[in-house]
Design a protein around this ligand. Structure first.
Ligand code: MN
Length: 266
């Protein structure tokens, strides 16, 4: 039986975690390790100064789980390396009640939890639903999680695969619901700060700039058109064009003698 580790960034109380467990219950042995509180937008942070408190809990009266006083990446590290006798075959995070499209992947704890698994050599999927946070609907995201996990468990992976899945809360065409996409890097936010309560306090406000929706080949474009977006994610952030363009300009090899001389003299 496949061992599937679940986590999220909304914490053990997040409604999407139960939805994810329900969606995947028939596909393997579920292991659940989630933050003890909402840790959304903590990206790939890990806890290094403080110790992590792990507590056994019961999720929805149905699943054994652990809570961790840390981030999604902490949860996945513990779930893979420490809390169970063997590593999982697959890690799935979510379901996040809110989009993780375009540059959201840099801030998202949901994506980071899955990315942490991939860094540890384990295939992983992050699942998000574009839905009302107050009254979230997870149906299409649950179906997508099920389909993607089934596909991943059934294939022989030549290397760990990391997928970012975003589902609308209503499918336009259920029969052809899924689109492979690329990250909409032109997804930007009109960020602003507003004064918050006491003097010297600010709160980040603003909204996504939906110019990113134009291109149907992107995650944002696909979801906007009512499809489930599946984006393969990789870690290489190297600007190869920059490497070629500027690679010769500082002198090759780059000379640091002047700095070294000054340091030796002081
Ligand atoms: Mn979240």
């Amino acid at each position: 039986m496949a061992r599937i580790l679940l986590s999220n960034d909304d914490g053990i109380e997040g409604p999407g975690l139960v939805a994810l467990a329900e969606a995947l219950a028939g596909l393997g042995e579920l292991r659940i390790v989630a933050p003890d509180r909402d840790r959304s937008a903590t990206s790939h942070a890990i806890t290094v100064r403080d110790s992590l408190r792990v507590e056994p809990v019961n999720l929805n009266g149905r699943w054994k789980a652990h809570t961790v006083s840390g981030t999604p990446a902490d949860c996945v590290k513990l779930g893979v390396l420490e809390l169970y006798p063997d590593p999982p075959d697959l890690v799935v995070t979510g379901i996040n009640p809110g989009a993780n499209l375009g540059i959201d992947v840099f801030y998202s704890g949901t994506v980071a939890g899955a990315a942490e698994a991939a860094l540890l050599g384990i295939p992983a999927v992050a699942v998000s639903s574009i839905t009302d946070k107050q009254a979230p609907r997870f149906g299409p995201a649950m179906a997508a999680a099920q389909a993607v996990v089934r596909w991943m468990l059934g294939r022989k992976a030549s290397r760990p695969i990391l997928l970012n899945v975003n589902a609308p809360d209503e499918l336009r065409r259920p029969a052809e619901a899924l689109r492979w996409t690329r990250v909409a890097l032109n997804r930007r936010y009109r960020d602003a700060f507003e004064p918050a309560g006491a003097d010297g306090h600010f709160r980040l406000v603003g909204d996504a700039d939906h110019g990113d929706r134009e291109d149907p080949a992107t995650d944002a474009g696909a979801v906007h058109r009512g499809y489930v977006s599946v984006t393969p994610i990789q870690f290489d952030l190297t600007d190869y064009e920059g490497l070629v363009r500027w690679g010769g300009e500082l002198g090759a090899p780059f000379r640091v003698d002047a700095v070294a001389d000054r340091e030796a003299a002081s």
